[in-house]
Design a protein around this ligand. Structure first.
Ligand SMILES: Nc1ncnc2c1ncn2[C@@H]1O[C@H](COP(=O)(O)OP(=O)(O)O[C@H]2O[C@H](CO)[C@@H](O)[C@H](O)[C@H]2O)[C@@H](O)[C@H]1O
Length: 599
């Protein structure tokens, strides 16, 4: 019995009788010495001892730290970084094409530019072309939320979950993009919710997507041939977390997809796809697989009237417990999700699979996010002329937003969902202090109505210095990124974070909470060594964030040469997808080396 089942449920096995996880785990252990990045170290033990480490600046539980804890935290942050590095994937550079190529199928609920509510869309729109450019055959499967003019009807119809779905296809940047067509995807509101809340049939919509994606390599000819059974499925977030379950429960028992492997990619563990136990019946899974989804919440974690005494089916948990490997979007987050502070209840189970868990830092799409070619910018610029270029973008943005046109005033930006994760409340908390510092602040975001009201309060209270744009506006996000001197990212937790990568590429210096991917990518400025690309603060409090921001403003105003050097170091950072693509290849190789984890 593997350890996570004890945290799953008080009534029976976490994995269910049909999941031969014990056998698979044993097989995996036997092969670990060949597939483990660190040469086969016993990762269970490592993960468990480190979960007790008192480094907990992952989320909100950081408000009342006394000095002693702060000292301990500083001492342990280096150790935490070392721990995170256990989840990195070392690769030798093989630029150009890969030596072994794979048929790769991404399953995702959103993909830019067709559908995007956040970073998941960005990643699924840009990692697949990077893999395709290395010689892999790559298919991305997403819902057809609207009529996309580029994609044409394949004419193929199949029946899954007792309904008929169609497939629309286009081939762009070397990738097959297939949009699953069903009336449940086309809604007047957003992708997942409208003004009345989240859609009641989301579980069905994404189970349908997952099953349709699994049928596609077997049934849908693309560019003249099937993808076939030898595929690597990359299931993104909870929406696609049933892919490994279906693979193990519906296909492998019939000797289909025996060579295929599944990888669960966690972009955000907070959202787990939790539904009532009774909903299991409509997923089309055999009854003896119930345990793979079963989840029992302890009383203090229960929320939502649908959970009967804390019992639920948890889609993300099902993915974690059945995928052949688990990947998350930074080494730091790979470590954090094994801690009680960052695991959202999944920490025990993830720690039990630590040997199959890796963190691969996201890259950015250079075609979409480069100040040299960005079509949204009034003035494009590169490293050689960034001071002038940014000054012109700043002046244009100040005019566009009706702010006083002042070249020397520090312009500070914030872009992101207005929710608990992104720490927009911490930005609002420092606004009264910030407005005393003679700066301009421009925030762009949408989400929690209370925080949206906060943005409006900020703008009406400081009309000459602050703007709070409530809405989702991609051109505006590019303009702010280019025009700002500093970008605020006080996220309570951040699996990777893309805005700090965009900011650095645009010569905008991030001021961020030292967590997850932010800690991995924003290197703290060291004035003595002349190193670093931004400022990070810890713990996650308004006070610590304000202190970091104060230091950033002093540097910007009183040490302009140091600040320019910081900007340039950020612009020189390699955030391309190539390194990540090579690390994914290594993970595919490990997955293929192991026996299937669940069958
Ligand atoms: N109001 C607005 N208008 C226009 N654009 C807006 C916007 N609000 C946000 N965006 C854009 O949406 C994207 C958000 O990316 P993040 O990486 O911050 O986000 P997210 O939390 O959604 O994703 C999760 O997945 C990604 C990808 O793995 C991880 O980086 C991240 O840590 C994890 O939480 C960026 O491209 C940003 O510019």
């Amino acid at each position: 019995m593997i350890s996570w089942s004890s945290s799953c449920s008080g009534r029976g096995r976490g994995a269910g009788e049909g999941v031969h996880l014990q056998r698979a785990a044993t097989a995996t252990t036997a092969l670990r010495s060949r597939c483990c990045p660190q040469g086969g170290a016993p990762r269970h033990a490592l993960g468990q001892s480190l979960r007790r480490r008192p480094d907990s600046d992952v989320c909100a539980a950081t408000t009342a730290l006394d000095d002693a804890v702060l000292v301990a935290r500083r001492a342990s942050s280096a150790a935490a970084a070392a721990t995170a590095s256990d989840h990195t994937v070392e690769t030798t550079p093989t630029p150009g094409t890969a030596t072994t190529t794979y048929n790769i199928v991404f399953i995702t609920s959103e993909v830019a530019p067709w559908s995007k509510t956040g970073g998941l869309g960005d990643v699924c729109g840009s990692l697949p072309p990077a893999l395709a450019s290395r010689g892999h055959r790559v298919l991305v499967v997403a819902p057809r939320y609207a009529a996309y003019p580029e994609a044409s009807d394949t004419g193929k119809r199949i029946t899954v979950l007792d309904v008929e779905v169609g497939f629309f296809h286009t081939h762009i940047k070397g990738v097959d993009w297939v949009f699953v067509d069903h009336p449940s995807y086309q809604r007047v509101g957003g992708l997942y919710a409208d003004a009345f809340g989240v859609y009641g049939d989301n579980q069905f919509r994404y189970a349908l997507l997952s099953l349709a994606a699994l049928e596609m390599p077997l049934q849908l000819e693309l560019n003249g041939s099937l993808y076939g059974q030898d595929c690597v499925f990359i299931a993104n977030d909870w929406h696609a977390s049933l892919v490994p379950v279906y693979l193990a429960a519906k296909y492998r028992p019939h000797a289909v997809y025996t060579d295929a492997r599944s990888i669960l990619a966690i972009h955000n563990l907070r959202h787990q796809g939790v539904f009532p136990p009774s909903s299991y019946a409509m997923l089309g899974l055999p009854g003896n697989w119930y345990g793979a989804l079963e989840w029992q919440y302890p009383p203090h974690m229960r929320q939502g009237s649908y959970e009967e005494e804390g019992r639920a089916v948890n889609t993300m948990k099902a993915g974690i417990s059945t995928a052949d490997r688990v990947v998350t979007v930074s080494p730091g987050y790979a470590w954090e999700i094994q801690t009680p502070e960052g695991g959202w209840g999944m920490e025990e189970m993830l720690a039990s699979r630590a040997y199959a868990l890796n963190g691969v830092l996201n890259g950015i799409d250079g075609a979409e996010w480069s100040p040299e070619s960005d079509p949204h910018l009034p003035r494009r610029y590169g490293r050689s002329n960034f001071s002038r270029g940014k000054a012109e973008n700043k002046a244009t943005l100040q005019r566009e937003l009706g702010l006083p046109e002042r070249p020397n005033v520090p312009l500070i930006g914030f872009i992101g969902r207005l929710d608990f994760q992104k720490g927009a409340d911490l930005v609002l908390a420092v606004v009264p202090w910030l407005m005393q510092q003679d700066v301009q602040l421009v925030c762009l975001g949408t989400g929690d109505p209370g925080l949206e009201a906060g943005m409006r309060w900020m703008e009406s209270s400081y009309p000459d210095a602050a703007r709070g744009w409530v809405g989702f506006n991609v051109p505006m996000s590019h303009k702010i990124t280019a025009a700002a001197d500093l970008l605020l990212m006080p996220s309570r937790f951040e699996p990777c974070g893309l805005n700090q990568l965009y900011a650095m590429a645009y010569g905008t210096v991030p001021v961020a909470h030292a967590t997850g991917g932010l800690r991995d990518t924003v290197l703290p400025f060291d004035p003595w060594k002349g190193t670093g690309t931004g400022w990070t603060s810890s713990p996650c409090t308004a006070e610590a964030f304000q202190a970091a921001l104060g230091t950033a403003l002093v540097t910007l105003r009183e040490h302009p040469d140091s600040f320019r050097a910081l900007q340039l170091r950020g612009m020189e950072r390699d955030s391309s997808w190539d390194a990540a693509a090579r690390q994914y290849e290594q993970i595919f190789a490990w997955a293929k080396l192991d026996q299937p984890y669940a069958k």
